[in-house]
Every structure is written in structure tokens, then in C-alpha cells.
Design a protein around this ligand. Structure first.
Ligand SMILES: [Zn+2]
Length: 247
């Protein structure tokens, strides 16, 4: 990275009314983003979630057929905590999501259905900060979301969507990537942080299976730590960072 990490982040654009968050798995939005989402829904904005999978491959001790409905339920509860009532699941296969036209089409369809000005997704690059290898699902969905924000506006790319009554939507102005190691913007997390903790705690089964720690201490410690770290570049307020691409 060439830029000094002390460089201050800009406030996120706020002249919008509808956002759509598109990620691979249940809990992807709860590891950091949910505090920003709470502050947006507090302000009367509409936010919907789209998940490429139902997270059925996420728990070693639970077979996929039992895991999927449980994680779907946890995700809906988690969304409700931060004021999000609409959660769609695209039904791609957890762990082996393929980047390609089928994924772009499904996300473009969601963009046309929800007609957002702001689209949110998760880190689409190969690594987390150059240290941890990212999963192929996150890379595929992040990239396809960046692409589908444009596909949604072109009636000839997926003509079958128009036949289904989904007219082109050219209104996406920004795609904001959470978990990027090159963030440009941030949202104050002060008001949303406690709800973000509760939102993550709705994924209790998954947290218990993964960590063996006390879920509440784990969720609070992790999210507070992320928000304070980001806040060093945002006037020392707890914050959630995004890399914002304009369209
Ligand atoms: Zn994930």
C-alpha cells in the first residue's frame, strides 16, 4: 500500500434513500457493517439484504440440509435488529459459488427489484489486508456485485430479466466495499454499535461452533476493536470503513 494509513477517511455520501447489501454468506454483514446499516435505517433510509447462499456449508458439525434453514433464520433475525426487514437468498452453493454470468444475472435482478442508489458488498480482493487469504465465495460475490451494478442498467445484457418484468435500473451511484484494505470513506458507528453487537449475536450457533468463546464477549470485543481501529482515521469516532466506487 502506498498511501499512509493515517490518511483520514471521508464521510460516506448521504444523498440517497435506498441501499442494497449483497454478500455471500449469513453473517458477512454482521462482522463490521451492521453498525453503519443501523445508522442508515435510523435516518429513515431503506436497506435490503441479498445473500448469495444460505450458508449451508458453514458449520462442520451440522449437515447442510439442517444448517441452511437455521442460518437463514439467524440471518433474518440479525437483519431485523438493525432495521432491515427484507432478506433475499439467491440459493447459490455455499463454498463453491462460481463467478460468471449466472451470478451476475441473479444480482442484477436483485438490483432491478430493489432499485438502490447505494450498493454495499464485501471485500472482493484476494486477501484481507495482505495477511489472510480471502475465500473464493467473497471474491466471486464482491466482483459480481461490482459488475452487476452496471449490468442492471443495460436491457440487452440479460434480456430474460426484462421478460420477467424487471426493467433496467440505472440509478446505482456508488458501490461501497466493506472490509477493503484501501478504504476511502467511513460511517460513524457510535449510535449503531450496540445493535451491531446484538445483530452479530443472532448468529449464535455459528459463533459457538467457530470460536468456543462466550459469544457476547466475542462479538463486543471484535466489533468495538474494528470500530476503534477505523476511528483512528475518522476523527477518533468509532466507525465503519468502505472503499467507495462511483458510477
Ligand atoms: Zn462469508
Amino acid at each position: 500500500m502506498s498511501e499512509p494509513t493515517t490518511r483520514q477517511l471521508q464521510p460516506m455520501p448521504d444523498d440517497w434513500q435506498r441501499a442494497l447489501a449483497v454478500v455471500a454468506h449469513p453473517d458477512d454483514l454482521e462482522y463490521g457493517c451492521a453498525a453503519a446499516i443501523a445508522s442508515w435505517t435510523d435516518a429513515g433510509r431503506e436497506v435490503c439484504y441479498v445473500l448469495a447462499t444460505r450458508g449451508e456449508a458453514g458449520i462442520d458439525t451440522l449437515e447442510p440440509a439442517k444448517c441452511a434453514p437455521l442460518r437463514e433464520r439467524e440471518q433474518r433475525a440479525s437483519a431485523a435488529v438493525v432495521g432491515v426487514s427484507e432478506v433475499d437468498f439467491l440459493g447459490h452453493a455455499d463454498g463453491v459459488i462460481e463467478y460468471g454470468p449466472a451470478l451476475r444475472r441473479d444480482i442484477a435482478a436483485a438490483v432491478r427489484r430493489h432499485r438502490p442508489e447505494l450498493v454495499i458488498t464485501l471485500n472482493h480482493r484476494d486477501t484481507w489486508g495482505g495477511t489472510y487469504w480471502n475465500t473464493p465465495d467473497h471474491v466471486a460475490v464482491g466482483r459480481a456485485t461490482l459488475d452487476a451494478a452496471g449490468d442492471a442498467g443495460n436491457r440487452w445484457i440479460f434480456p430474460e430479466l426484462v421478460e420477467r418484468g424487471l426493467e433496467p435500473w440505472n440509478g446505482v451511484r456508488w458501490v461501497a466495499v466493506a472490509g477493503s484494505d484501501s478504504p476511502t470513506h467511513a460511517v460513524d458507528a457510535t449510535a449503531g454499535l450496540e445493535r451491531a453487537v446484538r445483530s452479530l449475536l443472532e448468529h449464535r450457533t455459528h459463533i459457538e461452533a467457530l470460536t468456543g468463546e462466550d459469544p457476547e464477549a466475542y462479538a463486543r470485543g471484535l466489533l468495538t476493536g474494528f470500530a476503534e481501529e477505523t476511528g483512528k482515521r475518522f476523527g477518533n469516532r468509532p466507525a465503519v470503513a468502505f472503499e467507495v466506487f462511483s458510477r
